[in-house]
Design a protein around this ligand. Structure first.
Ligand code: NDP
Ligand code: 8X3
Length: 249
């Protein structure tokens, strides 16, 4: 039987690659994001029987409710939630940060993610489905400027493990995927560039969106008695930061 995934943030990067990968493996996908034209292009490319475009801002709960209510019957029974939509903004030192940037990251990476998860939980439990959240190594290894982004991803990592505890015994599988450097549009925030050819991770040989999408597919298609609790992935050329020491003059 064809299974259905609900993938947030499918207009670009990891989410878009996940939809392509899952559809190629026989899944149906609800693909979400604000940029409707990109989602329509995915539908045109992969087929309306395989992809349903749900255009909404994840921070808008009324729009989320409307999108869920408007799911066509063949896309309404969700077997897999991929909590992927997210962003970093600002990434300046806390003492210089813009509070609007902080609020946007909390609203998107934390509040919207838990709201959607809570709304899909009854159906996921009924179908013994699965939840995969894209957290980040930023939630574990801290770097200057990470502040609220890092906090939001620590929340995502831990909320996902906490879900695993609550859902124990329901048959629902829960996984936290915590990537390091993946070359996507997301990395533009780190260069301040609007030019997608401006590759921050040039020379690093970073992970690709496909690397993460294939990891999602692998976890989603494991036999139902197996649960990957958490998985941390990095490019070989990325490492952990050491402690920093400031000397007083
Ligand atoms: P991209 O910028 O390529 O994609 C982000 C996706 O999130 C887009 O589809 C965007 O859709 C969606 N999104 C953001 N804000 C909203 C919103 N308010 N409403 C609806 N959709 C929204 O980034 P990545 O693919 O790299 O990032 C995906 C996830 O992976 C994020 O959670 C990120 O934190 C995480 N991650 C990324 C890493 C990296 O190095 N790239 C490393 C570790 C984790 P749209 O703008 O159309 O609404
Ligand atoms: C960097 C991971 O999420 O800070 O290695 O971009 S993230």
């Amino acid at each position: 039987m064809t299974r259905t995934a609900f993938v947030t943030g499918a207009t670009a990067g990891i989410g878009e690659a996940t939809v392509r990968t899952l559809v190629a493996s026989g899944w149906r996908c609800v693909a979400t994001g604000r940029r409707g034209s990109r989602l329509e292009a995915l539908v045109a490319e992969l087929g309306a029987d395989k992809v349903h475009a749900a255009v909404f801002d994840v921070r808008d709960t009324a729009a989320l409710d409307a999108a869920l209510a408007a799911l066509p019957p063949e896309f309404a029974a969700i077997d897999l939630l991929v909590n992927n939509a997210g962003l970093a903004q600002g990434l300046s030192p806390a003492q210089e940060a813009d509070l609007d940037d902080w609020q946007t990251m909390i609203d998107t990476n934390v509040t919207a993610m838990v709201t959607l998860t809570r709304k899909l939980l009854p159906g996921l439990i009924a179908r013994k489905g699965a939840i995969i959240t894209i957290g980040s190594v930023a939630g574990t290894y801290l770097y200057p400027g990470g502040n609220v982004y890092a906090g939001s991803k620590a929340f995502a990592n831990h909320f996902t493990l906490a879900l695993r505890a609550d859902l124990h015994g329901t048959g629902v599988r829960v996984t936290s995927i915590e990537p390091g450097m993946v070359e996507t549009e997301f990395t533009l925030v780190r260069t301040g560039s609007q030019d997608a050819s401006d590759k921050l991770y040039a020379g690093v040989n970073p992970m690709t969106a496909d690397d993460i999408a294939h990891t999602i597919q692998w976890i989603a298609e494991l036999p139902p008695h197996l649960n990957v609790n958490r998985i941390e992935l990095m490019p070989v050329n990325q490492g952990f930061a050491g402690f920093r020491v400031a000397r007083e003059s």
